[in-house]
Ligand binder design. Sequence first.
Ligand code: PXP
Length: 255
Amino acid sequence: MAVTTAPKLRLGVNVDHVATLRNARGGRLPDPVRAARLAIEAGADGITAHLREDRRHIRDDDMARLRAEIARPLNFEMAATDEMVGIALAIRPHAVCLVPEKREERTTEGGLDVAGNREKIAHAIRLLKAANIRVSLFIAADPAQIEAAAAIGAPVIEIHTGAWCEHLADGERGAAAGEWDNIRKGAALAAQLGLEVHAGHGLDYATAEEIAAIPQIVELNIGHFLIGESVFVGLEAAVKAMRDAMDRGRARVLA
Ligand code: PXP
């Protein structure tokens, strides 16, 4: 059954891969901070960037400049290490999203194992919350992880949509339907437990439109597809088209 209202769905634009392109050549161009400004002008509600341990794309000074130079909330993605917590406490972004990190992976491949690392993650949450930084945990839509996130005091989770998007891209309809079911049920469970629910990874126009219909989800964080698309149509047009896709999805919100 369709319902007619759901909270606004925010778009966080991840600018990591502008830095990837810059780093391929060295030097200063293209500048991820310029991309962040353009994305905001085009309708992004916030900017996301991931400072990885190996600094393969975003670097420390990018994060500091994003914090100082952009007029919308900055969402700092990072591993729950002492080094990264120290940097976040110095920069004081609006939000931190704790993600798992392996050096050998190409991108963030799975969700955080909150249930298996409660103490370590709870410690990082406490330090960040004390500095008034909103903390989210990037996790699979797995009830055990969602319950663990709520139990250790995380105010927000971000559901990893990567597996769903990959199954769709590979034409694996059965597996994609299973993941979709997990995401819907996971979002409902998280909201029931009082968590704010975000989602992201691997989203494009079609999948963002589809996921926008899940009413408990209030923020999508999208990077690789938008930066790739901007090579062809420009960043402003890509962000606007994404905003339109999300608005279309939100207009037929699922019960
Ligand atoms: N959310 C989180 C927590 C991520 O780690 C990433 C990738 O950095 C994204 C969203 C965005 O994923 P994508 O670049 O595939 O859109």
